[in-house]
Write a protein of this length. Structure first.
Ligand code: WQD
Length: 335
């Protein structure tokens, strides 16, 4: 099948493109490269031996979307393109609502004109908000406390549910990611945010590489076993494979359906740092700092639905995630 991947040059998108190509699908990437490098397309080709069609454009651009759907018979869309920084979204909420919602609406309208009826959406565990019990289950209410980024995910899920209700035969698979980390075993693909990383693993990797002097652990006075926050970290390659299962599901079902993509296990900040040092043999100096506003003490996924309905289960270990994060940073340093 031919799959349009918006944001396909990004961290999760590029790993998903690799898995799609290696599974025999054709891939068309739409990415404006606002938060990714064009060299990722070359790396996807190096890994798979196949070069996806690539359009450098904004996913809101109806003319480009129409060009893509006219030039290619797209069987399904995987929609990653969007702004994704929780803190930034609090400062520029209109940009987040405009970008994340308009790109989704534009895609759905072009899909309708082209007769494309399968949509896989990059959602987030953030939609569960601060008050749901742990582990999160897909039937729980979704609402977000304070960040517009999270609200865009809740709103887009609702847009997709309403559209599916009004459009018999359309499928929307809502994939709620927990904390994806790691990189491709080749070392060619990984999490390479612009500037100083907001997220834990890329920050750890850059400290290990000597690019940042130390890690600040945001609080060790949480109600958790070691006082640091606990998250459900999953390997980005496992997450990418979950998208292939979602596409298979979309080919056989209609309507909107949400799935948690996590491991079902929580790992603390200190545990992740220590596992990284053990797995790589590299020291990661750290200090304990104040809590980061908005952080929840702990969250992890109930994975029963993805395991039983999608037939997907994360397989890689936390040590694998650490080693592959480190391999990526080392390969970037060599370039
Ligand atoms: C993990 C833990 C921090 C950096 C975010 C988004 C979420 C999703 C995944 C998009 C927390 C601690 C971090 C640092 C630290 N993204 N930390 N020092 O916040 O769970 O989730 O990314 O969907 O929407 O909210 O991930 O990696 O930022 O933080 O101590 O320098 O690491 O306090 O406890 P988070 P994270």
């Amino acid at each position: 099948m031919k799959i349009l991947v918006t944001g396909g040059a990004g961290f999760i998108g590029s790993h998903t493109c690799v898995e799609l190509l290696e599974a025999g699908h054709d891939v068309v990437i739409l990415d404006d490269l606002s938060n990714a490098s064009g060299t990722v397309i070359d790396k996807i080709e190096t890994i798979t031996g196949k070069r996806p069609a690539f359009y450098q454009a904004d996913a809101k651009d109806r003319a480009v979307l129409h060009e893509i759907f006219t030039a290619h018979r797209i069987d399904a869309v995987v929609h990653f393109a969007g702004f994704k920084a929780v803190g930034e979204s609090c400062h520029i909420p209109l940009a987040y609502y405009r970008n994340n919602l308009d790109s989704t609406l534009a895609l759905l309208e072009e899909m309708a004109q082209a007769g494309c009826t399968r949509f896989v959406f990059s959602s987030s565990a953030t939609v569960y908000g601060p008050d749901n019990a742990i582990p999160y289950v897909e039937t729980m209410p979704t609402y977000v406390a304070t960040n517009p980024y999270g609200w865009t995910k809740v709103m887009i899920e609702q847009i997709l549910r309403d559209y599916c209700t009004a459009t018999p035969g359309f499928t929307a698979v809502l994939l709620r990611y927990f904390n994806p980390i790691g990189g491709h075993p080749s070392g060619l693909l990984g999490d390479d945010p612009n500037g100083i990383p907001n997220n834990l693993m890329p920050y750890i990797a850059r400290v290990a590489a000597g690019q940042l002097d130390k890690l600040t652990i945001f609080g060790d006075d949480y109600p958790t076993p070691d006082g640091t926050c606990r998250r459900d970290y999953l390997h980005v390659v496992d997450l990418a494979k979950g998208h292939l299962k979602a596409i298979d599901y979309a080919m056989e079902h209609t309507g909107a359906e949400a799935f948690n993509l996590g491991t079902g296990h929580a790992v603390s900040v200190l545990e992740l740092v220590n596992t990284f040092m053990e797995a790589t043999g590299v020291n990661v100096p750290y200090v304990i700092g104040p809590r980061r506003e908005g952080d929840l003490p702990q969250m992890w996924a109930d994975t029963h639905k993805a395991e039983t309905i999608l037939g997907w289960k994360a397989e890689k270990t936390v040590a694998d995630m650490c080693r592959d994060s480190w391999n990526f940073v080392c390969s970037v340093k060599k370039q």
